[in-house]
Design a protein around this ligand. Structure first.
Ligand code: PEP
Ligand code: MG
Length: 740
């Protein structure tokens, strides 16, 4: 292949013409790269790749040859977002033959995804007759070309919609996690994170430092104004939590550490803008390596702040007005950004990377905006102005729905607002089934700022306090006094309600800075209690802090990732030994284990003699039971909690525990899913611990459930055999009208 520089400058001048037709572009690339074929496939709405220009394939195929994302080599390249370098493309299992293109003579193919601001815009492909592997240098060259093609495509509006409207009518449904329940319907507004190019180098570091200081000042004042507008009352708004979020954000905004680092970079000869971008991306990389979902949420804060600071430095055009009730689509979203968009009148938010414990989620709840997170690939499929529906109650995001579907959702929204006004009344009612079986619905939390959820939901206690989350948030394990203060605040806030503290569950994806895992399978590696037992001083410190925090009150402690009774005994002995030293002794000391490792099921008789309670961590239990990584989205639908093996396991556990008087609860995500919760309670697990958003809907649902009539139905479903049981359970639930 020829030198890329000449190609790049020719491409740039082509683009400078203003209209840069794709046909001219592929002709240029084919001739400069000496390849027989160069084609550009443009991604249309509906995840369709359309041959938009070619040099070397039949011209008639342009506008006619279409592949779905994932179909053929080109589709696979777009789906995976990675380069396909194939000496013999036609014998690749994914090859999709399109006779109209006349591509039979071409053996080798190099396909490069065309991406911009994290979005796939299309695929650039070159083909040669000779079967050969394209060299690394050639791949590099073509990747550079693909970046320029992306600029041309986005500048020409080639990907803004299909001229014949084909893709624009194809609906897509994405499943995610509800961050704040509700229904929203409206046109889509895309929040793009890409920024225009900025000046990089400066000769006067002092002047740049002054510009940075002034910009920080302007940004802080802007934040003060923005935060002043946060509502301080109303409905389900969680005022205290949102205050905490904004305070945390403000602390990051004024953090001397990252501003000092930006100063250092400026002294190295860059502009203030370049320094901000550099520091933000360093922070970003560091936080990304810590796989913990809570900390990943902080990434959004950092991006939000960096964007704000850049805007304060460069000035920004006045915000474009958005249609009232529009749905904001973002890859990540910081709390201040959400406030901005709320002020501009959006009606719902869909975020690709967000979890219910994140700042954006907490604020969405405070502002009452329907929100949904964890929607992989959504941004790549959406176009500005597409219609969409958010069904955050069901975790569904529907892009380009049929008109009838939109109308159905608007009707559902009206019915829902009447119904949800009623949900708050459940807060102060005891949880029980319609036939009088009492239930305990508890909270899963890990941070002080989540404590107000206890009062807001009327939960019966905290069934899982993930102690490692606060340590991950501060970047290290706190000393005894600091840990004791954190735990004491939890107990103070809980008052008479029980709290189950889980000891540090570090390792796997929850790594503190400096804790590098070199293991091939960290989820099954040196993590959690295994670390605690090998580093007893660390575990002892935490146990002492918990005992000190209790200060004579009742204390319940459980250990995570217990695989053998010997491990549990060892951990329990450490706690009992520590308990002898700390005064005042806790009023009661209950010591339990999580059931996350299936092997414990074959040690139940011995375990039940020493454990006071067992809490089933369904998230990890399922991943180990089915050997399916819990973090791999493509495996989510493959195995189900509502399946014969899991129900047999739960039934056996409940039966054995009942005989010995050991209490059993479930604290994994399954506990907050209505059908899973229904089956668990029917099997005798009457204590469920879940994220805050689940408490009221689950409580309201059980008030309509007659367990006496469900139990024989469940028994019959299980006798019916088969692996998955979800569908027949759902049919019964729908018939009974028990789902909120
Ligand atoms: C679980 O594994 O189900 C659990 C509750 O623990 P975590 O999600 O924190 O691993
Ligand atoms: Mg777990």
């Amino acid at each position: 292949m020829s030198e890329p520089r000449r190609l790049l400058s020719r491409l740039r001048s082509l683009r400078a013409d203003g209209s840069a037709p794709l046909s001219a572009l592929v002709r240029l690339v084919a001739s400069e790269l000496v390849s027989e074929v160069c084609s550009v496939y443009v991604q249309r709405p509906g995840d369709i790749l359309e041959l938009a220009a070619t040099e070397g394939l039949k011209a008639d195929a342009i506008g006619h040859t279409r592949l779905r994302v994932g179909e053929g080599i080109v589709g696979l390249c777009a789906a995976k977002g990675s380069v396909m370098n194939l000496p013999d493309a036609q014998n690749h299992p994914a090859f999709a033959y399109r006779p109209e293109t006349g591509e039979e003579p071409f053996a080798s193919m190099l396909a490069i995804p065309v991406r911009r601001s994290g979005r796939t815009l299309g695929v650039l492909a070159v083909q040669n007759r000779t079967p050969r592997n394209f060299t690394d240098a050639e791949v590099d060259d073509l990747e550079t070309v693909a970046m320029l093609v992306a600029e041309v495509l986005s500048g020409s509006g080639a990907t803004d919609g299909s001229p014949d409207g084909l893709g624009a009518t194809v609906p897509r449904v994405f499943s995610g996690t509800s961050l704040m329940g509700g229904i929203a319907a409206g046109p889509v507004v895309l929040l793009r994170t890409g920024r225009p190019a900025i000046r990089l180098l400066a000769d006067d570091p002092k002047a740049e430092q002054i510009r940075l200081d002034q910009a920080v000042d302007r940004m802080q004042r802007g934040l003060d104004d923005l935060f002043a507008g946060v509502p301080s009352n109303g409905g389900l708004a969680d005022v205290t939590a949102s205050r905490d979020v904004l305070e945390a954000y403000r602390l990051v905004a004024s953090d001397a550490g990252w501003l000092r680092r930006a100063g250092d970079v400026i002294r190295g000869g860059t502009t203030a803008e370049a320094a901000v971008q550099r520091v933000a991306s360093e922070l970003h990389d560091r936080m990304r390596r810590i796989g913990d979902p809570y900390l990943r949420e902080r990434l959004a804060d950092v991006e939000d702040l960096a964007n704000r600071l850049l805007t304060a430095l460069t000035g920004d055009a006045a915000p474009v007005p958005v249609p009232a009730g529009a749905i904001l689509l973002a890859r990540r979203l910081g709390p201040a950004e959400l406030l901005d968009w709320h002020a501009r009148g959006i009606g719902g938010v869909a975020i690709e990377e967000a979890s219910p414990s994140g700042h954006a989620a907490i604020l969405a709840r405070a502002l009452g905006i329907p929100a949904i997170g964890g929607l992989r690939g959504m941004l790549d499929s959406a176009e500005q102005g597409d219609d969409a529906v958010i069904d955050a109650d069901d975790g569904q995001f529907i892009l380009r729905p049929e008109t009838e579907v939109v109308h159905a959702y608007i009707r559902a929204r009206e019915a829902r607002s009447a119904k949800y006004a009623d949900l708050a009344v459940w807060r102060d009612r005891p949880a029980a089934s319609a036939d009088g079986v009492p239930l305990k619905l508890m909270l899963n939390i890990g941070l002080g700022l989540e404590l107000p959820q206890l009062a807001r939901t009327g939960a019966d206690g905290i069934g899982l306090f993930r102690t490692e989350i606060a340590m991950l948030a501060r970047g290290s394990v706190a000393d005894v006094a600091e840990q004791a203060a954190i735990y004491a605040r939890v107990l103070d806030e809980a008052g008479d309600k029980p709290v189950l503290f889980r000891t540090l569950d570090l390792g796997a994806d929850k790594l503190l800075p400096g804790m590098v895992s070199a293991e091939e399978n960290p989820a099954m590696g040196w993590r959690s209690l295994r670390v605690g037992l090998d580093r007893p001083a660390l575990l002892r410190r935490q146990l002492r802090a918990l005992l000190l925090a209790a200060g004579g009150r009742a204390l319940s402690v459980m250990f995570p990732m217990v695989a053998t009774v010997a491990e549990f005994r060892a951990a329990r002995s450490l706690l009992l030994a520590e308990a002898k030293r700390v005064r005042p002794a806790p009023a009661t000391l209950r010591i339990g284990t999580m059931l996350e490792v299936p092997a414990l099921m074959w040690q139940l008789p011995e375990l039940l003699k020493v454990a006071d309670f067992i809490s089933v961590g369904s998230n990890d239990l399922l991943q180990f039971l089915f050997a399916a990584d819990r973090g791999t989205p493509s495996l989510y639908d493959r195995y189900d909690f509502l399946s014969q093996p899991v129900l047999d396991l739960i039934e056996q556990l409940v039966g054995s525990a009942h005989i010995t008087g050991v209490s059993v609860s479930v604290c994994g995500e399954a506990a907050s899913r209505p059908l899973d919760a229904l089956v668990l309670v029917a099997l005798g697990v009457t204590t469920l611990s879940m994220p805050a958003a689940g408490i009221l809907p689950i409580k309201a649902m059980f008030a309509r459930v007659d367990l006496r009539s469900f139990r024989p139905v469940l028994a019959a479903i299980r006798r019916g055999g088969g692996f998955g049981l979800r569908e027949p359970v759902a049919v019964w639930a729908r018939e009974q009208g028990i789902l909120v």
